[in-house]
Structure formats: structure tokens, C-alpha cells
Write a protein that binds this ligand. Structure first.
Ligand code: IVH
Length: 677
């Protein structure tokens, strides 16, 4: 009897996988949603009776997502995940073709062309035909194990039932994407919640894959499209085109459309066709990839340090549209930066309606010479947010007056000398609230356990937090009733909050988020003044700040500004009344966070893969480093990411130590582990 049921169970898994494939890969379902639900419920019923069967079955029910993980495990790629050389010109494609023909002595060469999907690269491992592991690109050599997150991705086969690889061990590479329609829905939701929106589907995908809770990832409705198979030639064959066919047979979602071609003219025709129709596809593409199909030829051609010689990305040009700039409004970011935003007459660009575009800062507006009422040109390169690149031909110069009051709280805005950004410095400004609270509670600051971004968001949503002082007024009855909260989480949070009251002064100073006051400066100030009140006195006696090496005139001005605002002082009063340590250090032993980089000047340039430059700066500052914007002989280190330009060159000329992203991460890891010891 049980055997029959077990067979039934296996059959259900197979049926559901089949219908998932029809739905998510072919977009051509055979059965109704109701019929699908019946199958699914049957499956769950059996699993309820025989939970032991789930293990190792790769049942579709396991897509729901496992438990949240504390962090991702790092895994080394068996073969590095490389980048692609790219071009925007037919001429360079001709050169590419010529180079290949010469190198392998064939004419013509068979190429496979496929879309260049604009998402996040993923390496997928199968053992005995079962999905076992997914690893992100990371630095190309090693990435994060995000298996649990990938299980939730629609259309990814968890087990192979058909085709030659069904019992094999192999690796598949592809791109995780978010469909534009899902991205738009996500953006709306985030906007409603007051969360910062993602710039584009690719960023949303990257952000989603980094979530530690697979159940959250599942909600993001990610998809995957694959484009490379590494498996044994005995079943996978020796041509790329053949391998893609096999992947299709194995029911993988293979990147579409694709074509086998033998000349640059054919390549050009395919490229033009896709470029024209790119908005018809559900996902973003930023070009096509041309790949030599014969795998032996690929081997012959080999790779450069970063890219294979057998492939090239032929990218699409940025898309443009003209529309009217209706007005310029202002947004307040989490650090208080007030950014001008162009409100536009809605216009269709790259398949979506554009109504707004950031203008970055007033210098940008001056450079573009734009103003309300003018026709402007909007551009969207496949991979970036739409931006205004100029006035329409024949338009006169526009006019623009920057705001003097914060649009979110009405407090006066400051523009520090020599800076292009205007800022709101009101600590209670609602627009800045979330970022400030997250910073206040973060590890380097008050280190409040279980008060991460999501909790902060929830508390703001329920109007329980208006400023950092409110954290210490939270009550059990308020917390225990929040959605997703219960007795245990409420107690845990309150406990974390209580513990944080004893944090040393330097952490509080850092946590207040005074502009330009990083962890290093906070430490110096804490040592010098010993009590927050003494520090606040510096506004009446600014001389107190003179003679502190680490505190230059800009930092001094920023502090004076902070402590002269009544609202900031009210927050400090709240903290005092709640018993937060404003002076006198906690415990007999000095609890000072290590500052191995104190006095070291860093410049960051180019783009980093694993974090933004801002995040990197914040971490470095936490360890006492000073971040500056230009390279000089006083610079100790330059961190150079992808596409680093003149700053890197200058660093080389001056002989400044250059760190790549890997070096940086290794350095930070060292500090992190030092802290734990
Ligand atoms: S082949 C070594 N094929 O583009 C060859 N990559 O710029 C690398 N990408 O990291 C992969 N569509 O994330 C390949 N059809 C496609 C692709 C593709 C998008 C991404 C991939 C890679 C990046 C390189």
C-alpha cells in the first residue's frame, strides 16, 4: 500500500514540475490554476503523512524556502566566472570575427547568438540530476552559496527527469532576472511603505538574492534563464549550440531568442531585430552575446585574465525620448541630502512610462541648463535609471532656484561650503528617520540586537519611532502585537535595547549620525570630552574643539550645527531620561572597538561588486580610516574597483598602495575576525 502511495508521490512531483515548466519556462500552461492547486494539495497531504519522504526528493514544496540563514557560506568556483568583452559597434564585431577566423583557421565560423540578459549571474550545480547548490559570481573566483534562495526561483528545475543529463553531475550558468512587470509591482509596494525603490530590475534582483530569508526571496518572484552548460562531453556533446538544445530537453529555461549564424551580416540582422523588439520581452536585455559554438575551438582560443576570447557582448545603444520637464521637486535621502528630482510629462521609454528622473544636484541642473517648462532629452541605457542628458534642440536656458527649507520637515537646509549637496540636518526629519535609526542601532554604533532594517521599518510604519530617543520608550505591549512579532521577539528586542544603554560614549556619538563624524572621530571626541554634555558645550565654547587633530573646521562646523538645533537636544534629553550612558565609561575595562586604520587615508574609485563605495567607506570609517575624494601623496591606500580611471592612474604614479576588491575584503575580514577573538 505504502509503495503505491510512494509511487503516487513521485508521480505528483514529476507532474507538478512538468506544469511548472509549462507555466514558467514555456509560458504556455496546459492546466488551469485550480487543477494545479489540486495536485499541489495532494502532494502536501502525502508529505504531511510521510514527512520522511521529503528529504532528498527535491519536492516542489521545498521551493517555499527554508529557514533564514545568518550569513552565506563562501564557495570557490571550479572554473572562474568571467566577464565578457563588449562593444557597441559592428566594426568591432567584424574585427572579433576576423581574429577568431585567423586564430582557429576556419572560415566561416559557427557562432551562437543569444540575448545578453541584464540580471545577476548564477552558477547552478546538479548532482545525479538533482539541484544541489547555487553560488553567486562574487569576485569571479568565489561567491556566496545562495542555494536556499535559488530554490524559490520559478522555473528552475530541482530535478531533471528528461534528457541525457538526468542522472549526471554538471554545472549550469545563467542569469537571475526579475520581470519588468514584477519589478514595477515591487517598486509600488516599496514606495507605499516609504522604502527606497530599486533603480532597475537588475538591482532589485541583486538585492533580493542577498536577502537571508528565502521566504522573503520567494515573494520577489525571481526567474532564471541559463546560457552555459559544463558537463561531460559523453552526454553533453562538444558544441555550445548542441548543449543549449540539451538544456532545453532537460527542461531548463534557456535564454531566448537564440540563433546559429555564420556571418557578421547575420549577427547584425539579429542584433537589430532584438534591439527593436527588446521591449516586447518580459526581461531586460542590454545586448546580444556572440559565442563560438565549437567547444574545442573555444579551448584553442582560451581567455584573457578577465574575459574569454571566444565571446563578445554586442551591446544595445541607450534609448532616448523627449518630454517636458513639468517641475523640479526635492527629495530627502537618508543622510539628509536634498536631491532635486525632475517631474516629467509621462513618456514611454524602453518599455516603461517615465514620470520622474533624479537630477543629482544643482550643479548638474546648471550644467544641463534646464528648468521647468522646457523640453528635455531623456536617456536610458539598458542598465541604468533614466536620466536627463540635455535640453531638446532649440530650447532656451532654463531657470532653477534651490530650496531653502527641507521639503519633508520644513527646517532650514544647510549647504556646507565647498559641497554641491544641500542637506537637512534635523535629526527628527521623517525623511531621514529610517536611515538614521538603522545607523543608530547598527553594530558599529549602539549595536541593538534584533533591531535590523526590517524591524526599524515596521516600527516606523506603526508610528512607534519618531527619533532615536523613542527606541528607549518602546513598551512590551506595543511590540508584542506587531505583525510578525510575538512574545519572544518582543522580549528579545527590549532586552537588546536595555543592553545598549550601557554602550560606551563613543558609540553613542557615532550613532547620533552627526555628519562627518565617523567612528574614528567619535572615539577621539569621547576620549577628549568624556561626557556628551561636555561635547555639546563646544557650541558655546567652540575653542574646545580647536587643537584636536582629527577635528578640522568642517567637522567642527558640522558638530556645532548639530548641537545648536533644539530638536537634536530634545533627543539627547530623551536618551538621558531613559538612562542611556552619556558619559562615564561602561565597566572597569575600557571597551574600545579596535581602530586599526586610524590615521590612514583611503580613496575609493571604480565600482565594487560586493558592496557600494558608500558601504565600503562606512566600514572603513568604522575601523578609523579617513576617506577622501582625491588622491595625493598623503593618501595611504587606493581601493580600485571595476573601471577605475584617473584616480587609479594617479595612485600608480605616486606609488600609493593599491588594493583591489579582493584585497579590501581580505583586510576587512581580518579586522572582523580580530574583533571576535
Ligand atoms: S556567457 C565567460 N551569456 O554577462 C562568459 N553571459 O559581462 C560569461 N550575461 O557575468 C558568461 N547574458 O552575468 C553569457 N547569454 C549570456 C549572458 C551573459 C548575460 C552576463 C553574465 C556575465 C556578464 C559578463
Amino acid at each position: 500500500m505504502e509503495d503505491v502511495l510512494r509511487l503516487k508521490y513521485k508521480d505528483l512531483i514529476r507532474q507538478i514540475d512538468y506544469h511548472d515548466w509549462r507555466y514558467y519556462v514555456l509560458a504556455d500552461p496546459e492546466i488551469t490554476d485550480e487543477d494545479y492547486d489540486v495536485l499541489y494539495r495532494e502532494l502536501l497531504d502525502i508529505e504531511k503523512k510521510h514527512p520522511g519522504w521529503i528529504q532528498g526528493s527535491n519536492s516542489p514544496s521545498q521551493r517555499i524556502g527554508g529557514r533564514p540563514s545568518g550569513e552565506f557560506v563562501t564557495r570557490i568556483h571550479r572554473r572562474p566566472m568571467m566577464s565578457l568583452a563588449n562593444t557597441y559597434s559592428k566594426y568591432e564585431v567584424e574585427e572579433f570575427d576576423e581574429r577568431i577566423r585567423l586564430a582557429i583557421g576556419k572560415n566561416p565560423v559557427e557562432y551562437n547568438i543569444e540575448p545578453k540578459l541584464d540580471g545577476v549571474a548564477i552558477s547552478l550545480h546538479y548532482e545525479n540530476g538533482k539541484f544541489v547548490r547555487a553560488v553567486t559570481r562574487g569576485d569571479g573566483m568565489r561567491g556566496d552559496d545562495i542555494t536556499a534562495n535559488m530554490r524559490t526561483v520559478r522555473g528552475l528545475p530541482l530535478q531533471i527527469f528528461d534528457g541525457p543529463g538526468k542522472n549526471a553531475d554538471f554545472e549550469v550558468r545563467g542569469e537571475v532576472v526579475m520581470y519588468r512587470s514584477d519589478f514595477l509591482k515591487l517598486s509600488e509596494q516599496r514606495e507605499e511603505l516609504g522604502l527606497s525603490p530599486f533603480a532597475n530590475p537588475r538591482n532589485a534582483t541583486a538585492g533580493s538574492l542577498k536577502l537571508l530569508d528565502p521566504r522573503e526571496v520567494r515573494k520577489r518572484k525571481l526567474r532564471v534563464w541559463v546560457y552555459e552548460l559544463y558537463g561531460d562531453a559523453s552526454w553533453a556533446g562538444t558544441s555550445h549550440t548542441g548543449r543549449l538544445d540539451i538544456l532545453e530537453e532537460m527542461k531548463f529555461p534557456v535564454a531566448q531568442p537564440r540563433k546559429v549564424v555564420k556571418s557578421v551580416d547575420e549577427i547584425q540582422a539579429f542584433w537589430e531585430d532584438i534591439e527593436q523588439r527588446r521591449n516586447e520581452f518580459s526581461y531586460d536585455m542590454d545586448g546580444v552575446v556572440i559565442k563560438v559554438s565549437d567547444l574545442k575551438d573555444r579551448e584553442l582560443l582560451g581567455t584573457t585574465a578577465k574575459t574569454p576570447r571566444w565571446a563578445i557582448a554586442y551591446k544595445f545603444k541607450a534609448q532616448r525620448a523627449t518630454t517636458k520637464l513639468l517641475s523640479i521637486t526635492h527629495q530627502v535621502g537618508r543622510t539628509g541630502a536634498v536631491t532635486p528630482v525632475a517631474e516629467l510629462e509621462p513618456v514611454l521609454l524602453a518599455g516603461s512610462t517615465i514620470k520622474r528622473a533624479t537630477l543629482h544636484n544643482e550643479e548638474e541642473i546648471q550644467r544641463l541648463q534646464i528648468g521647468p517648462g522646457l523640453e528635455v532629452i531623456l536617456e536610458k541605457a539598458g542598465d541604468v535609471i533614466p536620466k536627463i542628458v540635455g535640453r531638446a534642440p532649440g530650447e532656451k536656458r532654463g531657470e532653477y532656484t534651490p530650496p531653502s527649507k527641507c521639503p519633508a520637515c520644513g527646517e532650514p537646509i544647510v549647504k556646507p561650503e565647498g559641497e554641491v549637496i544641500r542637506r537637512c540636518v534635523n535629526i527628527s526629519c521623517p525623511a531621514m528617520l529610517k536611515g538614521r535609526l538603522i545607523h543608530f542601532a547598527s553594530r558599529g554604533a549602539m549595536d541593538i540586537e534584533s533591531m535590523g532594517a526590517q524591524t526599524v521599518e515596521l516600527l516606523i510604519q506603526h508610528q512607534l519611532l519618531m527619533d532615536p530617543g523613542d527606541i528607549y520608550l518602546l513598551r512590551y505591549d506595543q511590540l508584542a502585537n506587531l505583525p510578525g512579532f510575538g512574545d519572544i521577539s518582543a522580549r528579545k528586542l527590549l532586552n537588546g535595547i536595555e543592553e545598549s544603554k550601557k554602550q560606551p560614549l563613543e558609540r553613542l556619538i557615532f550613532g547620533l549620525g552627526i555628519r562627518l563624524v565617523g567612528a574614528g572621530v567619535a572615539r577621539v571626541l569621547a576620549r577628549k570630552f568624556g561626557h556628551l554634555d561636555e561635547l555639546a558645550d563646544a557650541i558655546i565654547k567652540p575653542k574646545l574643539l580647536e587643537g584636536i587633530n582629527e577635528v578640522g573646521p568642517k567637522i567642527a562646523a558640522s558638530m556645532i550645527d548639530f548641537f545648536s538645533r533644539a530638536r537634536n537636544l530634545q533627543v539627547i534629553e530623551k536618551l538621558r531620561n531613559s538612562g542611556v550612558n552619556l558619559g562615564k565609561r561602561y565597566g572597569a575595562e575600557e571597551e574600545v572597538a579596535p581602530a586599526p586604520l586610524i590615521g590612514q587615508k583611503f580613496v575609493l574609485t571604480g565600482s565594487l561588486e560586493t558592496m557600494t563605495r558608500l558601504e565600503a567607506s562606512e566600514i572603513l570609517e568604522k575601523y578609523g580610516a579617513k576617506i577622501t575624494s582625491s588622491v595625493s601623496s598623503k593618501t595611504n591606500y587606493v581601493v580600485a574597483g571595476e573601471a577605475a580611471g584617473s584616480k587609479l592612474e594617479k595612485a600608480r604614479k605616486l606609488g600609493v598602495t593599491i588594493l583591489n576588491e579582493k584585497d579590501l575584503i581580505a583586510l576587512l575580514r581580518e579586522f572582523e575576525s580580530g574583533k571576535q577573538n
